[in-house]
Design a protein. Structure first.
Length: 369
């Protein structure tokens, strides 16, 4: 209960830098696996991207292997087959000829089961749409980088964009590994993930700027310690943002997908839920790590780190001092006296006397012999 109370009040004393190296390792592994899956397995693009024909067959007791054998017999070995809702098998073929598609439907009705859905469309998401989307993303990244640079600094802009890129690669990579179908609804969810990730990261950076602006001038703490304090102060806010964002998404999945059977809501909700989890992780562990590494290389913070090490005797770079609530609230204790000034009772300054206009100053008295 004590830990939960501290988290709720923003008074946690977690050692985030201790986990940064592990977090970076996990993220690098996830990125490598995602890129590798892009090359080996590719993306399971929906019919809106490639065009073709989709069949959904009610076939109790029929396996994917049985359906694949039937499609191979008509020369459609490359057809994508998956099980949907237990007894329903979805088959997507690149066949675009209506007559050939009708023949395949009759064959499936005969050998597998009742064809519930038969859809034949052309590629609505072609090269032109992809090109426009890529240009829009480039403009988006440029505007975001410019805004964060002006509002905060370029190092934080770099960290925010790196976190967004990480979230998109890992989220799409998970779709590639699990071979989940990517539809226009999924693409919209990925774009929403970008906005969520940026929001969560900027919330963290704003708290970092507040902490470093208030305690950085004291030169009692290095940048890593100040970043750790800021992350502890913003942990609860990040958790609240994630929970409040995930609740409607989970409701969307349960009500819209499971109860109502809306496939588009399922595609949108799964991608969005993955993005929320990955975005919360990257804002606390990746964006902050990159900014800290860049800031610790600045001459000013190197000097501060040397002073802190000399004063505290802590020279191990892997050790992070945790700043408590009372200690963080202490005022600047640096002395304002001039070096070399004599200590002791202050001497009285001679008081300057003024004379009234037109008056005669008193004559000095002669000393008696």
């Amino acid at each position: 209960m004590g830990l939960l109370r501290d988290v709720f009040n923003g008074e946690t004393a977690l050692d985030y830098p201790r986990w940064w190296r592990r977090a970076v390792t996990v993220s690098l592994v996830a990125i490598v696996l995602s890129i590798g899956s892009f090359g080996v397995r590719g993306l399971n693009l929906g019919i809106d991207f490639e065009g073709g024909t989709t069949f959904e067959i009610l076939a109790p007791g029929v396996s994917v292997a049985d359906a694949r054998e039937v499609m191979a017999g008509i020369g459609s070995e490359d057809a994508r087959i998956q099980t949907v809702d237990g007894d329903v098998i979805r088959i997507r073929s690149e066949v675009s000829d209506p007559a050939h598609a009708a023949e395949i439907r009759n064959l499936l009705e005969t050998q597998l089961g009742t064809v519930q859905t038969f859809e034949q469309v052309g590629p609505t998401w072609g090269a032109e749409v992809t090109s426009k989307a890529a240009n829009a993303l480039a403009v988006f990244f440029a505007v975001v980088a410019l805004y964060i640079t002006v509002r905060l600094e370029w190092k934080m802009a770099l960290g925010a964009l790196a976190a967004v890129a990480h979230d998109i690669v890992v989220s799409v990579g998970l779709y590639s590994i699990l071979q989940l179908e990517i539809t226009p609804s999924t693409v919209i969810a990925f774009l929403t993930i970008m906005g969520y990730s940026l929001y969560d990261t900027i919330v963290v950076y704003d708290k970092v700027r507040e902490v470093t602006g208030r305690l950085g001038a004291t030169e009692r703490y290095n940048y890593t310690e100040l970043m750790n304090l800021a992350l502890n102060r913003v942990t609860m806010r990040s958790i609240n943002t994630s929970i409040t964002s995930a609740i409607p998404v989970v409701s969307l999945l349960l009500i819209g997908s499971v109860i109502m059977g809306a496939t588009a809501l399922q595609e949108f909700g799964i991608a969005l839920l993955i993005g929320i989890i990955v975005g919360s992780y990257s804002s606390l562990f990746l964006a902050s790590t990159l900014v800290t590494v860049l800031k610790e290389r600045e001459e000013r913070w190197q000097q501060v780190a040397d002073k802190v090490a000399q004063r505290t005797g802590v020279t191990d770079e892997g050790t992070t001092r945790l700043i408590g609530r009372e200690e963080a609230a202490l005022p600047d204790t640096r002395s304002t006296e001039r070096p070399g000034a004599a200590k002791g009772p202050a001497r009285r300054r001679p008081v300057a006397t003024t004379h009234l206009a037109g008056g005669v100053p008193p004559r000095p008295r002669k000393k008696r012999r």
